[in-house]
Design a protein. Sequence first.
Length: 239
Amino acid sequence: MCGATVASGSSCDISVKFAPGLAGRYFANLTISDNDISSPQQVPLSGTACSGIRCFGQADIRSALVRNAINAVPTPSGPNKVGTRVIDLVDSMRSDPYHATGARRELAVRFWYPTAFTRGCKPAPYASSSVWNYLAQLERVPAPRVKTNSCQDAAITLGTHPVVVFTHGYTGTFTDYTFLFEDLASRGYVVASVGHTFETTAVEFSDGRMVKSVLGSHIGNTLRIDGQSTSLAVAVRLS
């Protein structure tokens, strides 16, 4: 660090903290004043802010995927096995604000719950193949194989269970936090995770339709963050 004065022929270090609030490319000038004839001196600075795996190059991502060809979420800590299923719901009383045709609001909800199912478990995929491949396409990386700890469409354990309703982040998906949902289910909870149609990056319904976000995505740098878009997303969720 430099003090108030620096002796002739000596040197000191100047530290600059880069703390951007948003992702992007930033430029600045550092002004240094001293007794030199060239004072003040201008030192150009630049930096790039990024988030998540986008901080890494595509080669780094592909290398990591090759090393971890099959990825698995953490093992649940509770005593129960975990089941999962997706249910399509249509609100017959409400038009979809994203539709100009007046179509009814349709949602896909994925559930995780305790199950006593022990034989013939069909391992559930992390996401449908079409959604998973689309997310990989947005990231421009091969789609990794991810194992879960859930049995697809297994019967729920009889009895009364506490329910947790989860709503994903802006343009997220209803499988975000799968490992947490599985852990809660293993402890006796029922988790209902809602996919907000036309906001979620992508969701597939039981008839095979995949619906993509009209608000862009946090994956692939297409996210719409203007006030009108975010206000619409919140209003549709809460209406």
